[in-house]
Ligand binder design. Structure first.
Ligand code: KIV
Ligand code: ZN
Length: 502
């Protein structure tokens, strides 16, 4: 079996999608999980873009231990220097340089001739090679570029020291057959291409990103670029979970496999959507809530008789908790830690203590706690961070035709504070009461509420996006009481703003 390298660009191309921006600690959290997932390369960001981007790439490079860490750079010395300075402390650093090769990009965006583009590639790839041995070069808009010119660009980059040649379908225009033929063409005519990795980077504007990437693998590509949940510019990038599971499920057909630990997929997807507040569509392949749900009677009958009638992969293969009734109010910390470990969560003593407190509170409200409950608690605690404000209690008086009133009790650095406020509804009133306590000017940009576990006593997860001092922060809160979830989410967002010194 050929080994296909998985290059994850959730933190760079993925972060470019609306609503998906993350702060440094959120990016670090995702990067650690990508490391546990077993991707080969993490593209941690675009170091020159801003001081925050630089710091995030640098922090990821210094933290992640198993996989390579890359930073994107345009074909300029300034970009390459910033990329190198950000990744140089990584165990396995990589610089990823790109320059467009299509006529339309060269004429209208770059305002460069073909000769100038070739000169720039030769100059900047060799400049970067002197800094970093592992060097990826991307011909932006490759799928709409003149093939023979593309051959020249790739050949020039290889001669100057590139170790990976990436072929992006930047605008998601290509078809699988075209991508297959393009990779075959490059393999046939580009000098030295047999000595480097060929990579596919496909966008999903026509819904073909995964199919196009798989066609490239069949044509000989040895690296695929993708994002968790398929997030990314416009319609997104090829989705990591779909690519990895397609290769896993059909490995005999593709004669290729990845090193990804598929059982970490669901957890990674959940973590990303709870950190960004961007939910996964229920019908999304592999990680959507309905991806394994059989609704029709004919299907249910078939699955009960033999799961293989309608199931090509099992929920457990991607790490979806099986919802066995596991723990209750009499269970102790050991049982909780064991269950967390079985679900893939290795927690420190402090984290376990914090989850245990929430576990006991939940067990007082729910008789049986399922794997989904335990997972939701673990995820909630993983993004709680350091807390300046902590919710101690709340009460609301709400309804139609009367004033909606909320009273909130919060612990803060200087003790316990309690405030009441009225609002257009119980949640609005609660947020106003919190504002009175913090004294901060906070504006709520979005609010969503979803059931994250099953049954009548399901837990509701609230996600807020709030603006504070110019920054945008995502907060998440979890409880069986949806008002409490909302207040927790609001306070979580405020704690992040305070932590970032907004
Ligand atoms: O889509 C694209 O062309 C890119 C490059 C920067 C690799 O994201
Ligand atoms: Zn892209």
């Amino acid at each position: 079996m050929r080994k296909i390298k998985v290059f994850d660009t959730t933190l760079r191309d993925g972060e470019q999608s609306p609503g998906c921006s993350m702060n440094l600690s959120e990016k670090l959290q995702i990067a650690k999980q990508l490391d546990a997932l077993g991707v080969d390369i993490i593209e941690a960001g675009f170091a020159i873009a801003s001081p925050e981007d630089f710091k995030s790439v640098e922090a990821i490079a210094r933290t992640v231990k198993s996989c390579q860490v890359a930073s994107l750079a345009r074909c300029t010395q300034g970009d390459i220097d910033a990329a190198w300075n950000a990744v140089k402390d990584a165990k396995y650093p990589r610089i990823h340089i790109f320059l467009a090769a299509s006529d339309i990009h060269m004429e209208y965006k770059l305002k460069m001739t073909r000769e100038q583009v070739l000169e720039s590639i030769a100059k900047h790839v060799s400049y970067a090679k002197a800094l970093c041995a592992d060097l990826e070069f991307s011909c932006e808009d490759a799928s709409r570029s003149d093939r023979d010119f593309l051959v020249k660009c790739c050949g020039t980059a290889i001669e100057a020291g590139a170790t990976v040649i990436n072929i992006p379908d930047t605008v998601g225009y290509s078809t699988p057959q075209e991508m297959f033929e393009l990779i075959r063409y490059l393999r046939e005519y580009t000098p030295g291409i047999e000595n480097v990795d060929i990579s596919a980077h496909c966008h999903d504007d026509l819904g073909l990103a995964v199919a196009n990437s798989l066609a490239c693998v069949r044509a000989g590509a040895s690296q695929v670029e993708c994002t968790i949940n398929g997030i990314g510019e416009r319609a997104g990038n090829a989705s990591l979970e779909e690519l990895v599971m397609a290769l896993h499920t059909r490995r005999e057909y593709y004669q290729a496999e990845t090193r990804v630990n598929t059982r970490q997929i669901y957890r990674t997807s959940k973590l990303l959507s709870s950190v960004t507040g961007v939910p996964v569509a229920p019908s999304k392949a592999i990680v959507g809530a309905n991806a394994f749900a059989h609704e029709s009677g004919i299907h249910q009958h078939g699955v009960l008789a033999n799961a293989l009638t309608y199931e090509i992969l099992r929920p457990a293969d991607v790490g979806i908790p099986q919802n066995a009734m596991v723990l209750g109010k009499h269970s102790g910390k050991h049982a909780l830690r064991d269950r967390l470990a079985q679900l893939g969560y290795e927690v420190t003593k402090e984290e376990l203590d914090a989850i245990f407190v929430r576990f006991k509170a939940l067990a007082d409200k729910k008789k049986n706690l399922t794997d989904s409950d335990i997972e939701a608690l673990a995820l909630a605690s993983s993004h709680s961070g350091s807390a300046t404000y902590e919710l101690l209690g709340h009460v609301v008086s709400a309804g139609t035709g009367i004033t909606n009133l909320a009273c909130v009790k919060i612990r803060r650095d200087d003790g316990v504070a309690e405030e009441a406020a009225i609002g257009s509804g119980p949640i609005d009133a609660s947020f106003k009461a919190v504002d009175k306590i913090t004294g901060l000017a906070v504006s709520l940009e979005s609010f969503s509420l979803n059931a994250v576990t099953d049954g009548e006593d399901a837990m509701g997860e609230a996600v807020v996006k709030l603006r504070c001092g110019g920054g945008l922060y995502t907060g998440c809160g979890l409880s069986t009481d949806v008002i409490e979830s909302a207040i927790r989410a609001y306070i979580n967002g405020i704690n992040k703003a305070v932590g970032a010194k907004y």
